[in-house]
Design a protein around this ligand. Structure first.
Ligand code: NDP
Length: 444
C-alpha cells in the first residue's frame, strides 16, 4: 500500500465519525501523490504526513450561558490548533448547530494550506461551537460570546493564535469576544481579527473574502483568455462572503442572478440588488423571503435549486458540500465555464471531478477564498504597527495577494504536469512551504 493510502486509512480509523475531516484529508493527499511519491522514503521515515494530519492541539470545552428567560444552556466550544510551522495559528470561529469536532478539523486542516498559499506568516487553526445565533437577542449573543471567550482566552494571543469570523461570527460577535478577552487578560492586543474599525479593525476586511474571490476568478479567466465582464453569475449563500462576492462581480461588469440561504433561494433576472440584500441580512437580520418586497421581478424558491439556473460562472459561498454531482451535471448541461469556491469545500469530490472532466475551470476554496484570511493577516500587521491603512491600500494589497496565489498555483500545476488542474496546483503550492518549514524545525 502506498504511504498516502496508509495515512488515509489511519486517519479514518483514528478519527471515526468525522466524514468531513476524512474528505478534506483525502482531497488534499490524493492531489499530493506526485510530490509524496517522489519523496516517499524520507517523508515516511519522518512520519511527515502523520504529523501533518494530527493537530498540534485540540481543545473542547463547555460553554454555559443564560437566556433572556433565565434558562441555562450548555454548548460545546472547540479550538483546533492544527499547524504552527509558518506562523501563529489563524482561522475563524464558526457558530452553527452543525458544528462538531470533525467539521472544525476539516476546516483547520484546509486552513494550513490556504494560509500558506497567501504567502503570509500564518499557521492553520479553526474553532467554533454548536451554538445557533439565529433568533437570539443581542444580550443572549453577548452572554454566549463572553462565556466562550472566558475559556478560549487561556489558549490564544496575538503571537500564538488569532481567531477570526466565519459562519455565524460577524462583527458583533467578534466585538463581544474581544471585549471579554481584554477584560480577563487586561491587554489590548490584536488577538482577534474582523474587529470593528474603532478598535483595531482593518478597512476592507468585511469585503475581503468576496472581493478576493472575484479578483482571483477574474485572474484565472484572464489567464485562459476570458474575463468576468459580461458574464452571468450564480452565487449561493447570503452571508458575508456571498454579499461582497456579488458586489464585486457587479463592479467588474457581471450580472449576479441568484443568492440563497438555508431555507431557499432567490432568482433575480435583473441582477441581485446588493443594497437590498445588505439591508435584509446585515441590518435587519431577516430571511431571503423579504427580498421580493424590494424587487418585485425576483422569484423566491423554497429549498435547494440555486445551481439549476443557466449561468457562465458559479460561486458557491454558503457551506460545505452544497454543490453535489447532480448540481454539477446541471451546471455543465447549462454551459457553465467556471466554478470558484467562496465557501470552504462547498463542492463534493465527485462534483469537482465531474466539473474538471468536463472542461470547467475549477478553483478550490483554499485559494479562491483566501482573501479573507490574507486581509486578517494584514489586520494583524496594522495592529502590530499601531497604524491603520486606507481602504485603497488594503484592497490593492489584497488584489496583489490574490493574483500571486493564482500565479503560484498555476505554476505548481504546470511544474508537476497538471496544467489547468488548480486543485492539484493549490495543494502542492501550499504544501511545499509548510513542509519546508516543518523540516527546518525538526521533529516536533
Ligand atoms: P455567514 O454566516 O455570513 O453566511 C453563511 C451563509 O450560508 C448564510 O446565507 C447561511 O444561510 C448559508 N448557510 C450556512 N449554513 C448552511 C447550510 N447548512 N445550508 C445552506 N445554507 C447555509 O458566513 P460566511 O459568509 O462568513 O461564510 C460562508 C462560507 O465561506 C463558509 O464556508 C466559511 O467557512 C467560508 N469562508 C468565510 C470567510 C470569511 O471571511 N467570512 C473566509 C473564508 C471562507 P442561513 O442564514 O440561512 O444560515
Amino acid at each position: 500500500m502506498s504511504y498516502i493510502d496508509e495515512v488515509i486509512e489511519q486517519v479514518i480509523k483514528q478519527n471515526p465519525a468525522e466524514p468531513e475531516f476524512h474528505q478534506a484529508v483525502k482531497e488534499v493527499l490524493e492531489s499530493l501523490r506526485v510530490v509524496v511519491d517522489a519523496n516517499e522514503e524520507t517523508f515516511r521515515r519522518d512520519a511527515l504526513l502523520e504529523r501533518l494530519v494530527n493537530p498540534e492541539r485540540q481543545l473542547k470545552f463547555r460553554v454555559p450561558w443564560v437566556d433572556d428567560k433565565g434558562q441555562v444552556h450548555v454548548n460545546t466550544g472547540y479550538r483546533v490548533q492544527f499547524n504552527s510551522a509558518i506562523g501563529p495559528y489563524k482561522g475563524g470561529i464558526r457558530l452553527h448547530p452543525s458544528v462538531n469536532l470533525g467539521i472544525i478539523k476539516f476546516l483547520g486542516f484546509e486552513q494550513i494550506f490556504k494560509n500558506s498559499l497567501t504567502g503570509l506568516p500564518i499557521g492553520g487553526g479553526k474553532g467554533g461551537s454548536d451554538f445557533d445565533p439565529k433568533g437570539k437577542s443581542d444580550r443572549e449573543i453577548m452572554a454566549f460570546c463572553q462565556s466562550f471567550m472566558t475559556e478560549l482566552c487561556k489558549y490564544i494571543g496575538a503571537d500564538t493564535d488569532v481567531p477570526a469570523g466565519d459562519i455565524g461570527t460577524g462583527a458583533r460577535e467578534i466585538g463581544y469576544m474581544f471585549g471579554q478577552y481584554k477584560r480577563i487578560k487586561g491587554v489590548f492586543e490584536g488577538v482577534l481579527t474582523g474587529k470593528g474599525l474603532s478598535y483595531g479593525g482593518s478597512l476592507a476586511r468585511t469585503e475581503a473574502t468576496g472581493y478576493g474571490l472575484l479578483y482571483i476568478t477574474d485572474e484565472m479567466l484572464r489567464s485562459n483568455g476570458h474575463s468576468i465582464k459580461g458574464k452571468t453569475v450564480a452565487v449561493s449563500g447570503a452571508g458575508n462572503v456571498a454579499i461582497y462576492a456579488a458586489q464585486k462581480a457587479q463592479q467588474l461588469g457581471a450580472k449576479v442572478v441568484t443568492v440563497s440561504d438555508s431555507n431557499g433561494w432567490i432568482y433575480d433576472p435583473d441582477g441581485i440588488d446588493v443594497e437590498a440584500l445588505k439591508d435584509i441580512k446585515e441590518v435587519k437580520r431577516l430571511r431571503l423571503t423579504e427580498y421580493p418586497k424590494y424587487r418585485p421581478n425576483a422569484e423566491y424558491h423554497e429549498g435547494r435549486g440555486v445551481w439549476s439556473v443557466k449561468v457562465d460562472i458559479a460561486l458557491p459561498c454558503a457551506t460545505q458540500n452544497e454543490l453535489d454531482l447532480e448540481d454539477a451535471k446541471m451546471l455543465v448541461a447549462n454551459g457553465v465555464m467556471a466554478v470558484a469556491e467562496g465557501a470552504n469545500m462547498p463542492t463534493t469530490m465527485e462534483a469537482t471531478e465531474y466539473l474538471q472532466k468536463n472542461g470547467v475551470y475549477f478553483l478550490p476554496g483554499k485559494a479562491a477564498n483566501a482573501g479573507g484570511v490574507a486581509t486578517s493577516a494584514l489586520e494583524m500587521s496594522q495592529n502590530s504597527e499601531r497604524l491603520s491603512w486606507s481602504f485603497e491600500e488594503v484592497d490593492s494589497k489584497l488584489q496583489g495577494i490574490m493574483v500571486n496565489i493564482f500565479k503560484n498555483l498555476d505554476a505548481a500545476a504546470k511544474k508537476y504536469g497538471f496544467e489547468g488542474n488548480y486543485v492539484v496546483g493549490a495543494n502542492i503550492a501550499g504544501f511545499e512551504k509548510v513542509v519546508a518549514a516543518m523540516n527546518a524545525q525538526g521533529i516536533i
